[in-house]
Write a protein that binds this ligand. Structure first.
Ligand SMILES: [Mg+2]
Ligand SMILES: [Zn+2]
Length: 187
C-alpha cells in the first residue's frame, strides 16, 4: 500500500550535467581525459551538486566520449574513472545517481551522442524521471540541443568560454551559478 502511494505521488526531476567543461576542466581541443590524473573538478562543483540533491533533483552525468571508439581508452578504464569521480564527489556530499556516456564516433550516427537526446531519454526511462521538470546543464551547443530535444529546460554554463548562450533558457558563469539560478526559478 505504502509503495503504491509512493510510485503514484512521486514526480522525479533530474539535473543532467555534461561532464567535460561542466563538472571537470575541459582538456585542450582534441585531447581527452584518459587517466584519473587528468580529471580536475571545476570550482564549486561538489557544492552545486549537493544543492541539487538537497532540492530533490536526481543528478546524472551525460557525456560524449568518442575517445573510446578512437581507442584512446577502454570502456573499463572510462568506467573506473567515473566510479572514482563519483566516490570523490560523495566524500564532499555530492551524489550523482548515474553516469551515461556515448562511446561512439560522429559517423555512423547513433542515438546517444549529443545533440541526440538518447542518454537523457534512457536515464528518464530507467529512473522514471519527468523530463519536463528536468534541466540540462551544458557548455556546448550539442548539450543544449540534446536537452531541448529531450523536453528539458536548459542552462548554458560558460566557465570562461565567451561563446554565446546558444538558445539556452538560462546562461551562467559556472555550474554553481547555474544551480543558484535554477533553484531561484523553481522555488
Ligand atoms: Mg562539455
Ligand atoms: Zn552513441
Amino acid at each position: 500500500m505504502e509503495r503504491m502511494l509512493d510510485t503514484k505521488l512521486t514526480i522525479k526531476r533530474a539535473a543532467f550535467l555534461d561532464r567535460d567543461g561542466v563538472i571537470n576542466r575541459k582538456r585542450p581541443e582534441g585531447q581527452y581525459v584518459t587517466r584519473w590524473e587528468e580529471m580536475q573538478f571545476l570550482p564549486g562543483v561538489p557544492e552545486a551538486i549537493a544543492l541539487l540533491t538537497k532540492a530533490g533533483f536526481y543528478v546524472f552525468a551525460v557525456s560524449n566520449q568518442r575517445c573510446v571508439t578512437k581507442g584512446l581508452l577502454t570502456t573499463d578504464e572510462l568506467e573506473s574513472i567515473h566510479a572514482r569521480m563519483l566516490r570523490e564527489l560523495e566524500t564532499k556530499g555530492a551524489f550523482i545517481t548515474g553516469v551515461y556516456y556515448c562511446p561512439h564516433d560522429t559517423e555512423p550516427p547513433c542515438g546517444c551522442r549529443k545533440p541526440a537526446p538518447g542518454m537523457l531519454l534512457r536515464a528518464a526511462r530507467e529512473h522514471e524521471i519527468d523530463l519536463k521538470k528536468s534541466w540540462m546543464f551544458g557548455d556546448s551547443d550539442s548539450d543544449i540541443e540534446a536537452g531541448r530535444r529531450a523536453g528539458c529546460r536548459t542552462v548554458r554554463v560558460m566557465n570562461g568560454d565567451p561563446a554565446g548562450s546558444g538558445g539556452a533558457d538560462l546562461s551562467a558563469r559556472t555550474l554553481l551559478d547555474a544551480v543558484h539560478q535554477v533553484l531561484a526559478l523553481e522555488g
